[in-house]
Design a protein around this ligand. Structure first.
Ligand code: HPA
Length: 249
């Protein structure tokens, strides 16, 4: 089954017909909120709001282990993550949808693996390609069918937050090869891989990264909010197309 993890601005899907909700307890604690089960145009999905339904859990306090575990426990096989990002590359202007194909992890101190139990064999997952290519292509196809332009690849830099970056930090991320910056891509993507779940992300550019474009002097929170609100309407439509394609496949 396809699961959708909604980020900032996507704490609910208004095109989702809800059948039930379930509080998910796991060996790693509670997920960010109850799992929401339902269907979009007749196709079953599970929805989870990454930051909680009241948007109260900051990126560094999200229980990523519990979230991914809970989704797998409830038969998710595929996860699409929706994540707001700041645009570093000039093409990634506010309102752009981008489907990342690579990640660089700059987080620290987050619980980032299931493979650390006493007596467990040492395990190193392969993470050369952090996103499921088949899902990425399906998202790109869904963009075409929803008539939404998207940028088909990009390098997601995951920072620790919760503060935004300095202009110099953004310059460094760019030198490293990053084209967008967010705070939630890791360890989420790696944990999904550890549990053998197919995972891909829809990046929603909600601001120019610090020091770029109209964020030259500062990032304007009101503008960001307006972009989030307008973009998530498009993302909900895109998800409806994605769910249909997923169920046809
Ligand atoms: N930086 C980090 N995370 C973000 C940003 C940003 O500029 N915009 C949205 N999430």
């Amino acid at each position: 089954m396809l699961a959708i993890i909604g980020g900032t601005g996507l704490t609910q899907l208004d095109n989702l017909t809800i059948t039930h909700r379930k509080v998910a307890r796991t060996p790693y604690g509670e997920a960010s909120g109850a799992l929401t089960f339902g269907h979009i145009n007749g196709h079953e999905v599970i929805f989870l709001a990454r930051h909680g339904y009241g948007h109260t859990i900051p990126p560094h306090q999200v229980n990523y282990l519990a979230n991914i575990w809970a989704l797998r426990e409830h038969n998710a096989t595929h996860i699409v993550s929706v994540a707001s990002v700041g645009g570093i590359h000039a093409d990634l202007t506010p309102g752009t949808l981008v489907i990342p194909d690579q990640i660089i992890d700059y987080t620290s101190g987050r619980k980032n693996t299931y493979f650390n139990g006493a007596g467990q064999a040492v395990t190193h997952i392969d993470f050369t390609e952090p996103y499921c290519e088949e899902m990425r292509q399906r998202i790109i196809e869904a963009c075409a069918s929803a008539n939404e332009h998207c940028i088909k690849q990009g390098v997601y830099a995951c920072t620790q937050g919760p503060r935004l970056e300095t202009a110099a930090e953004i310059n460094r991320l760019e030198r490293d090869g990053a084209t967008m910056v967010g705070m939630t891509g890791m360890p989420e993507a790696a944990l999904a891989r550890e549990l053998d779940l197919r995972y891909a992300a829809i990046g929603v550019v909600v601001n120019h990264a610090a020091g770029r474009g109209n964020s030259k002097i500062a990032i304007n929170g009101n503008e960001v909010q307006a972009t989030i609100t307008a973009s998530m309407v498009r993302v909900r439509k895109l998800i409806a197309h994605l769910v249909a394609l997923h169920h046809e496949a």
